[in-house]
Design a protein around this ligand. Sequence first.
Ligand code: SAH
Ligand code: SF4
Ligand code: F3S
Length: 486
Amino acid sequence: MEGLHTGNKVLDEERQGEATIIEDKGNLIEGKRLYLESYGCQMNFSDSEVVAGILMKNGYKTVPQDSQADLILLNTCSIRENAEQRVRKRLQAFKSAKKERPGLIVGVLGCMAERLKKKLLEEEKLVDLVVGPDAYRELPSLIEEVHQGHKAVNVLLSREETYADISPVRLDKNGVSAFISIMRGCDNMCSFCVVPFTRGRERSRDPESIVKEAEELYANGYREVTLLGQNVDSYKWNMTSKGRVKDESKPTVNFAQLLDRVAQVAPDLRIRFSTSHPKDMTDDVLHTIAKYENICNYIHLPVQSGNTEMLKRMNRGYSREWYMNRIEAIWRIIPDCAISTDIIVGFCGETEQEHEDTLSLMRKVEYDFAYMFNYSERPRTLAERKFEDDVPTEVKKRRLREVIDLQQEHSLKSNKKQVGKTFEVLIEGFSKKSDQELCGRNSQNTMIVFPKENYKKGQYVHVEVTDCTSATLLGHAVSKEPVEVV
Ligand code: SAH
Ligand code: SF4
Ligand code: F3S
C-alpha cells in the first residue's frame, strides 16, 4: 500500500511511480535502436530527455518497444524500496531477451546506478552498463566499451555538471508542456532521503541557458514549462552555498529573479516549478508569482510531518509553526493558490500523537492534492544509521489509510468549491476516456475535461466548471471573450 495517493494530478501520478517510454519514430539504423524507460521523479524524466539528446546526436533512434531495441536503458529511482523492486523485476524480464538476442545491451542509469554502482553488474548479471546521473555525456564511449566486450561503469558525481548545453529531446510529450531542469543534486540531507547520495551536491544551472531553453520551447509551440530542482528555492547563480558573491563583476540570480526572467519570455507561456522547500521559500518568490499572470498559482510544498519533534528527526530544517507561517504567507500573497504536499507516515519512532499532528496539520491546510508514502528505510541515510525503523507495518498501513482518506475528503471538497467557476485552461490533448473530449489544467494544476468542439491542443480556452470528481473537474468551453478568470 505504499506510495498511494489521491486527487487530481493524473500526469504527476504517472510520473511519480510508473514507467514512461520515450519514443521517436524515424529512420532506424541497425544497431542503434534505443528503448528508454524512466522511473521516479520529474527530474529523472527530464534527465531521460538529456540522455535521448546525447544518444540521438550519436545516431540513435528510439523505438517504442524493448523487443525492437539494440540498446535498452532503464533510468531508475531509489527513493523507496519498492521503486527498486520494480526495476529489478523489469531487469529479470530482459533475461530471456538477452539470451535470444546476443548483441542486445542492457544498461541501468539514474539513482539505482549511483547507489549500487558495480554491485549492479554482479547482482544483476544481465546488466552491461551502469551510468550515474552526472556521467551521461560519457554514454556513447561507454556503449562503445560494451561493444568491445567489456562491462562499463561510470558513476562519478560532479560538482559542476548541469548539462546546460545539451538540447534535450522532447519525445514522450504532447508538444505543449516541457520540463526545464534548473539545478541538480541536493545538499539538504533529510534523514530519510537517499537523493543526496544518488544525485550528489547541489548546483545551479546558468540562468542564460535556462531562459534560452524556455525561448526555444516557446518558439517550437510549447506553452508551459516546469522548472525543476529538488529544492528550487535554493537556486543560486554566481553565489556560493553560503550566499557569498563569487564574481563581483557579474550579477547574482536567485530563484525569485529566475522566475521573473522566465516569466518575461512570453505572456502566454505558463511557468510552473517543483519542488519548493518550506525552509527556503521566501516571500519574494511568492510576490513574483503574484506579479505575473503566467506564473501558475500552484505550489507543491512537501511537509512530510505535522509534528516539530518528528521534523527534527527528519532533519527538515523547519518546525510545524514555520511551515504554517509559509502556508499563511501563500494564502496572504496569492489568495487563489492551490497547494499540494508530500507526507511520510511511520517514520522512525512516530508516536500516535505525532501521527495525529500530521492529520491536524492537514485539516488546517486542506491540501488540494497530496502524495502520501509509508516510510521505507534507505541504505546510507542518516535515519538508517541513527534510528530504528520501528513502526510496525500494520501500524504504518493503518496510518497511511487515515492520511489518504482525509486527503480524499479534502481533494473532493477543494474540487467541489470550483464548480460554477470559469478557468483559463491550457489544452493538453484528448481526455483519457474519449476523443470527443479535451483536457487541460487550470493555473491551479487541476485537470479539467470538456467537450472538444473546435478547440485544439496548445490553445488556451475558458472553461466553466459544472461538475467534479475528487480527481477531475468537468465543464464546457465558454466564449473566448474576456471573462472573469478565477
Ligand atoms: N526534494 C523534494 C522531494 C524529493 S523525494 C523535497 O524535499 O520535498 C519525493 C518524496 O518522496 C519526498 O517528499 C518524501 O515525501 C518521499 N520520500 C523520500 N524518501 C522517502 C523514504 N525513505 N520513504 C518514504 N518516502 C520517502
Ligand atoms: Fe531528499 Fe530532503 Fe533533498 Fe528533498 S530536500 S531531495 S527530501 S534530502
Ligand atoms: Fe528517485 Fe532519484 Fe528522483 S531516487 S525520486 S529518481 S532523484
